[in-house]
Design a protein around this ligand. Structure first.
Ligand SMILES: [Mg+2]
Length: 267
């Protein structure tokens, strides 16, 4: 079994490492900004003009879509790493959208119908963009990821993805970057229960044939880290990854933080 060290500090022996995808394996912010902006635009188009300013503000706050502080371009947008666009599944984002529509005066059936239509349109636009962009179709990987996965593989440590993206989204990302062979299992929003239920960690560990107590989990959201600890992963191996966002995610102390994959070593 391999000893995992973070900046020279021993974190214990590991059989497997479980990775969140968005904001951990991938730099997803540019794609998430585009998706959230498309959803706002399409929603505003569906309501009377007098409702648009209030709806726009509600949706920006709900989605965690904001102007990027300190950016050279004053119009540069950013996604809050703890907001629903960054963290929640598509259906939770859809319910939040319908809730914003209700808050500006629509009835729930109409709000839900508009949200479903808007999400389908935004997905279709997303798919067209992906099909049209040969190289940039999927999110970039975080810096140093390939080397880190290679070190894990060489040490015989199993790897898995635990994400609230769907299976197709996870597999497309992995294969686009030549990462599929590094991962022995995935757990998606289509699996039950989905994260952040600690039972999702247990089910994924069962697929890998390892015990949660011999795992590390690396994610960029407090919900990932809380889930890991609740599932029996030792606190010092529930690791917060910070390097994928324009503003670092607000991770709870005292989970150890990883700022670059080079900080992790196996011995
Ligand atoms: Mg994430």
């Amino acid at each position: 079994m391999a000893q995992l060290l973070l900046r020279g500090i021993e974190l214990g022996e590991v059989e497997a490492v479980l990775f969140d995808k968005d904001g951990t394996l991938s730099i997803s912010e540019p794609q998430l900004v585009t998706l959230a902006q498309a959803r706002v635009f399409l929603c505003l188009d569906q309501v009377e003009e007098r409702l648009r300013p209030a709806l726009s503000e509600l949706l920006h706050r709900a989605y965690g879509l904001r102007t990027q502080p300190h950016a050279a371009d004053p119009a540069a947008a950013a996604i809050c790493p703890a907001g629903i666009t960054a963290v929640a599944s598509r259906d939770h984002n859809l319910i939040a959208t319908a809730t914003a529509l209700v808050q500006v005066g629509l009835g729930w059936p109409e709000a839900l119908a508009i949200s479903e239509q808007v999400f389908a349109q935004a997905d279709a636009a997303d798919a067209r963009r992906a099909a049209g962009a040969a190289a940039g179709a999927t999110s970039r990987t975080t810096e140093g990821l390939h080397d880190w996965l290679g070190r894990l593989q060489a040490a015989g440590v199993r790897c898995a993805v635990i994400s609230n993206d769907d299976v197709a989204g996870i597999e497309t990302f992995l294969s686009a970057h030549g990462l599929s062979a590094f991962f022995g299992a995935i757990w998606s929003a289509e699996h039950s229960p989905r994260k952040p239920d600690p039972a999702a960690v247990h089910a994924l560990c069962a697929l890998l044939g390892v015990s949660a107590a011999r795992c590390a989990l690396i994610g960029d959201a407090n919900s990932d880290l809380r889930m890991a600890v609740a599932a029996g992963i030792p606190h010092q191996r529930a690791l917060g990854y910070t390097a994928a966002w324009s503003a670092p995610p607000p991770l709870a102390e005292p989970h150890p933080r990883v700022h670059h994959w080079d900080e992790l070593v196996l011995a």
